[in-house]
Design a protein around this ligand. Structure first.
Ligand SMILES: [Zn+2]
Length: 568
């Protein structure tokens, strides 16, 4: 406590405000302020100073409590609101936080190419792993492969890409706004500028090859970077049947990079020149009309559907229907329906709902397809295709059989004869799934701060570990906890800044769980876990932490079930 002292110096009185402090077992006196030469003034001044110190101390105490909980607002009223972002806002967010950068940024970027940053690469990997687990590891009838990006030049001749896909895109310039655009070959002379509605200069339209050409070896053999991942799965079809001993019907799956020389790359990751595709080529006996895996879950799956007739009549209203009903309408065969349903179900497991299924009209079908469906996601900047599903028939195997001379037929045990299988192709654009997750999970908390509500299993960082009391013992324990968790999950250790700031930083990048080591943690051997979306906290024993976290990440238990509720 502070007190006033009077000193006599050279016959004159001076007043001071002093304070006694115990330092290392000894009491020492410290002067806080000079109060002047008059007792009355000194008393007044002292009171002011003491009050000021008291106020500062209590503000500090309040701040400490706020820092401990990170909660100035009431948890029961804490609500997140979805924020619609434009594509540019999302691109800026991705750059600022380390999700996506322009390729070669120091040279001003390189149009149509993108780099994944330290968080982006984790999210990308988690998406790919989750897809692989769902479509390959957990299925009895799908084998995975990873093929080379460059393949024999005959690949693309056989596939029809050289004669079709490669020479389909024309570069045209608008006479009015001068913007250059891409026009498909069948639309030449028929469409208006997609920017201003003006006339294109058709005389100067020129084809731009869609496939990237390069050369191999000293003789400079002309080859292409793959424009799709599918061909390697057709070329390896026979080898897979022989080595995996799979019987029809079965599928081959692959995730990999593809390359397309887009004339006008735009819309961030949507129309880029290098991207990932995750897809399955599923082989069935062409005479087999029944799908043994189709269950009630698939048939009753509700979808919002735009059929080809409505599109021909230029109507855009979506119909509420089910997978079962569109099979009955003979829009697709059972196996095609099964895979379309599986695609929707996987997207649902990663929180991507509100999908629209669009049937292709006859004149937009690719050269290899007899029926195709697009799956569109409602991005906050517009509805766009996230996945597709084509019935490729026997086209590809037949083409490769012709070009290579290799018989592509396999023996179907059930039918008791050799058949050339037909193919159903469910495809996902991995970057499109990536952006759907960011766009769909971009929320704001009541303070206007960003909270990225990514599903825990896909979040780049699963948990952040904070010591919230300063001191070597606390930091040591927190460090040990973080190191132990890192054996299994991507975990961040963060000891800098107020606890509120640390929570906010992690909310923004989608870290679902924050673990705090506080004053009680050493005695009681427990920690708190805070939930990103509700700010609720639970208390969990350090010995159970890894196991609890694992269950929370896999959504095997709810947050409330995971530990004792904890309130400050
Ligand atoms: Zn124009």
């Amino acid at each position: 406590m502070a007190f006033i002292v009077k000193k006599n110096i050279g016959g004159r009185e001076y007043y001071y405000l002093n304070e006694n402090k115990r330092i290392g077992g000894k009491v020492k006196t410290k002067t806080l302020a000079y109060l002047g030469k008059n007792r009355k003034d000194a008393e007044k001044k002292a009171e002011e100073i003491i009050n000021k110190i008291k106020n500062e101390a209590s503000a500090k105490e309040n701040k400490k409590i706020e820092d401990r909980t990170g909660n100035e607002d009431n948890i029961s009223e804490y609500k997140l609101e979805h924020k619609k972002t434009s594509i540019d806002e999302l691109a800026n967010f991705c750059k600022a936080k380390g999700f996506i950068f322009r390729s070669s940024d120091i040279y001003g970027g390189f149009s149509g190419f993108w780099d994944f940053g330290h968080l982006g690469v984790e999210l990308l990997k988690n998406i790919k792993d989750d897809w692989w687990n769902y479509f390959v590891r957990r299925k009895d009838n799908v084998a995975g492969i990873e093929a080379s990006i460059i393949s024999h030049p005959k690949t693309w001749k056989a596939s029809g890409h050289i004669a079709g896909f490669n020479v389909n895109d024309y570069l045209v310039v608008c006479k009015k706004c001068k913007r250059s655009s891409k026009v498909d070959k069948p639309d030449l002379g028929k469409v208006k500028c997609d920017n201003c509605g003006g006339e294109y200069d058709w005389d100067s339209a020129k084809v731009v090859e869609q496939m990237f050409k390069t050369s191999v070896g000293p003789d400079k053999q002309e080859v292409y970077l793959r424009g799709e991942t599918a061909q390697a799965m057709f070329m390896n079809f026979k080898l897979i049947t022989q080595t995996s001993r799979m019987q029809l019907p079965f599928g081959i799956a692959q995730i990999g990079r593809c390359f397309r020389n887009e004339i006008a790359p735009r819309d961030f990751l949507f129309r880029s020149r290098e991207f990932h595709i995750a897809e399955i080529e599923f082989f069935i006996n062409p005479e087999e009309t029944r799908c043994s895996l189709l269950t009630k879950k698939h048939l009753d799956l509700k979808i919002k559907f735009l059929d080809s007739e409505s599109q021909r009549a230029e109507k855009k209203e979506l119909k509420e229907t089910t997978i079962g009903k569109i099979i009955k309408e003979k829009r697709l065969v059972e196996w095609h329906a099964y895979w379309l349903a599986e695609q929707i179900l996987w997207l649902d497991t990663i929180g991507l709902k509100d999908l629209k299924i669009r049937e292709h009209t006859k004149d937009e079908l690719s050269h290899y397809s007899s029926a195709t469906f697009d799956i569109d996601f409602d991005y906050s900047f517009g509805s766009k295709e996230i996945a597709g599903n084509a019935n490729r028939g026997t086209y590809d195997l037949m083409q490769h059989q012709k070009e290579s001379g290799e018989n592509m037929e396999v023996f179907d045990d059930k039918a008791g004869k050799k058949v050339l299988p037909k193919v159903i192709e469910p495809t996902f654009g991995v970057e499109r799934v990536f952006l759907a997750l960011l766009s769909g999970n971009y929320y704001k908390n009541p303070k206007g701060e960003t909270v990225l509500t990514l599903p825990p299993k896909l979040a780049p960082i699963k948990a952040a570990v904070f010591p919230i009391v300063k001191g070597a013992r606390f930091e040591k324990t927190a460090g040990q906890i973080a190191r132990n968790l890192k054996q299994e999950f991507n975990v961040l250790y963060d000891k800098s800044g107020s606890i509120g700031r640390r929570y906010a930083r992690n909310d923004e990048i989608g870290t679902p769980f924050c673990i705090t080591i506080d004053g009680d943690s050493l005695k009681k051997e427990d920690v708190t876990i805070r939930d990103r979306d509700t700010k609720k906290q639970i208390r969990v024993k350090i010995s159970n932490l890894k196991d609890t976290l694992k269950k929370l990440i896999e959504a095997e238990i709810s947050f409330d079930e995971a530990g004792k509720p904890f309130n400050f």
